[in-house]
Ligand binder design. Structure first.
Ligand SMILES: Nc1ncnc2c1ncn2[C@@H]1O[C@H](COP(=O)(O)OP(=O)(O)OP(=O)(O)O)[C@@H](O)[C@H]1O
Length: 599
């Protein structure tokens, strides 16, 4: 591989396809995956993006000149330290790894597993007996290698085990359940296991848009195989959905409400449904969806249950135990935290100034990175804000929310995804699971009600590790989420606005693992040593007045002063503190607090 002219000689050549960025208009494209064709393959002169795609390209060329061999029977794996594959009795020729190496591999890939006899991860799609056509489809879709979640979920799922999976947003969870479903369906149909045409698998997801997207992806990956899908969501005519199912399909992708509706009005034979997937399971097991999801589950006969989300908590875990026995739990990356690739920029903005702020961002060449998704909390808000943005900035903007018809929702999404408009204002309908490929900026105009929704919305700004940015507006009205937000920002090393850090609603949250932190208050810079018991003292310099306080308010009398006086007071205060060490301690702060004024 030759380095392109612009390529700085000391930058390492990209190993993996997904490390490479998308190609900009006019730039060379990788002949294998379509990303930026940064390098030239010295053997073929084709543009390629990475070593990985070069290998695929050369393999394709070699395959054209050789008789076709069945991938599953003669897999020739390179013997580098990344050549791992599943221990599979169906494929005895494939070398297997010692258990210690499997553990090392999982730890390297940030995969944690829990459960009995968990199958080993795979390192390539062709190593677990997938239909050849499916492997080809994956290649065509640019899926050269499985992502870590796919490496572990696919073999576990293909051993018919029920799974509870948590993995980062944008890490490839969708394909991790679609691949085993397609493999299963096409095997059943091609072996003519049953003459019945009833569905073989069901995927439930909480929003219509997500169902649409999952069904689209299923069609792409299942192309050319005996595998048909039906989309069962509200807003589209029920009769058409019934007609499609009657004509024979393998997979139903739907929202719980509409599927229940359909099952009540029409007799669909669910006898052969042996895979039941709950995508965004924490949301589906919340009140509102739970009863419907459980009702559908009860109409199936002991299916393999696969549950996925980037955010899982105890309640969802407990519920999942009632759906499946002998579960395998898989966790990949850093779930229940915002994706590391998204830079979080939290700005303290009072509600009445939010509009002005977003106009400023969208008008700024430096700060606006289109295409962008703006999240708001209400349907009316979505419409009003999109109109206001158009008026103030001249940008064409669309809105999407649950009150629009399905056709309007489709049209808004289409215009946004095809680049016709560069901003979409959305309620939570695009918050979860949506793979908005080119989006690198999200703006949380209204912060969502829970930290989980926050994690999902922020996650829209990054897919497969691409860097993105989430701009988050926050003010006192969002205090219900302050504590968790501060924790999340702290873990990510993101800056925490002064007002948020000092709010009494974040009291008790340590602002850092380190015990020293510098804060800047106008001209007065303070270095604070936080007490170990995390009883944070707050200091505030507002309009020239200094207020010092702590959780133990009685300890420090507030004082008003001009800025200069404030500094003087500060010095006196420090003196007092150091002289009154004993008093301080006796006021139940376990650790002595030290303040240093640094000019
Ligand atoms: N093996 C792979 N190789 C390359 N791209 C992949 C691979 N698997 C998935 N992708 C792509 O990665 C992107 C993110 O995948 P996906 O939408 O499934 O993420 P997710 O984990 O479900 O995220 P979220 O939690 O946000 O729903 C998609 O564009 C998908 O096509």
């Amino acid at each position: 591989m030759e380095q392109g002219e612009n390529q700085s000689a000391d930058l390492p050549v990209k190993e993996r396809c997904f490390e490479q960025r998308e190609a900009l208009p006019g730039e060379p494209r990788c002949v294998v995956c379509g990303r930026y064709g940064e390098y030239i393959c010295d053997q073929t002169d084709d543009d390629i993006c990475s070593v990985e795609c070069k290998t695929i390209l050369l393999a394709r060329i070699a395959a054209k000149t050789k008789p076709i061999v069945k991938t599953s029977k003669h897999v020739n794996l390179p013997l580098g330290d990344e050549s791992f594959c599943i221990k599979d009795t169906n494929f005895p020729n494939i070398p297997t790894l010692a258990d210690s190496l499997i553990t090392a591999l999982r730890s390297k890939l940030d995969i944690c597993v829990e459960g009995e006899a968990v199958p080993n991860p795979i390192m390539c799609f062709s190593s677990c007996g997938l239909p050849e056509k499916l492997v080809n489809n994956l290649e065509i879709a640019g899926y050269c290698m499985p992502t870590p979640v796919q490496m572990q979920v696919i073999p576990a799922s293909m051993s018919n085990r029920s799974l509870l999976v948590s993995a980062d947003t944008g890490s490839g969870k969708t394909a991790s359940f679609l691949i085993p479903i397609i493999a299963h369906c096409s095997r059943v149909r091609s072996q003519q296991c049953t003459s019945k045409l009833g569905p073989l698998a069901i995927v439930l997801a909480p929003t219509r848009e997500l169902c649409l997207q999952v069904e689209e992806q299923a069609k792409v990956l299942g192309k050319g195989l005996p595998f048909k899908t039906a989309l069962v969501v509200g807003g589209d005519p029920l009769a058409q959905q019934i007609y499609r199912i009657e004509n024979g399909i393998e997979l139903i992708v739907g929202t719980p409400g509409r599927l229940i509706d359909l099952l009540m009005k029409h007799n669909v034979d669910l006898t052969y449904v042996s895979i039941f997937v709950l995508d965004e399971v924490d949301c589906l097991l919340e009140r509102g969806f739970r009863d419907q999801a459980m009702q559908i589950f009860r109409s199936l006969s002991q299916p393999q249950v696969m549950m996925f989300s980037a955010t899982l908590h105890l309640e969802a875990e407990k519920m999942s135990n009632s759906l499946a026995k002998n579960l395998i739990r898989i966790s990949c990356g850093n779930p229940s935290r915002p994706n590391k690739s998204v830079k979080q920029v939290v700005i303290w903005v009072e509600s009445k100034k939010k509009k002005q702020k977003i106009f400023e961002i969208l008008k700024s060449k430096q700060h606006f990175k289109p295409p962008a998704v703006v999240f708001v909390s209400s349907r009316v808000g979505a419409d009003l804000l999109s109109e206001a943005i158009t008026v103030a900035t001249g940008l064409e903007v669309v809105s999407i929310h649950g009150e629009k018809t399905m056709n309007e929702r489709r049209e808004s999404l289409r215009r946004f995804l095809t680049g016709e408009v560069s901003v979409i204002v959305s309620t939570g309908v695009l918050g979860r699971g949506m793979d908005l490929l080119k989006v690198r900026q999200v703006i949380l105009f209204d912060i969502p009600n829970s930290i989980d929704e926050y994690i999902h919305q922020v996650g829209r700004a990054s897919r497969m590790g691409d860097e993105g940015m989430a701009v988050v507006f926050v003010n006192e009205e969002d205090r219900r989420i302050f504590k968790e937000l501060v924790q999340v920002l702290k873990t990510a090393g993101a800056p925490i606005p002064r007002e948020l850090a000092n709010s009494r609603y974040t009291a008790g949250v340590s602002l850092g693992n380190e015990r020293k932190r510098k804060l800047s208050y106008g001209s007065l810079r303070l270095k604070i040593c936080l007490p170990k018991d995390k009883s944070l003292v707050f200091l505030e310099v507002a309009s020239g007045a200094l207020r010092c306080g702590s959780l133990h308010q009685s300890l420090l009398p507030c004082c008003n002063a001009t800025q200069r006086k404030a500094e003087k007071n500060m010095a006196v205060f420090i003196q007092k503190v150091s002289q009154n060490e004993h008093t301080f301690r006796s006021q139940s702060l376990n650790q002595m607090l030290f303040y240093y004024v640094m000019y």
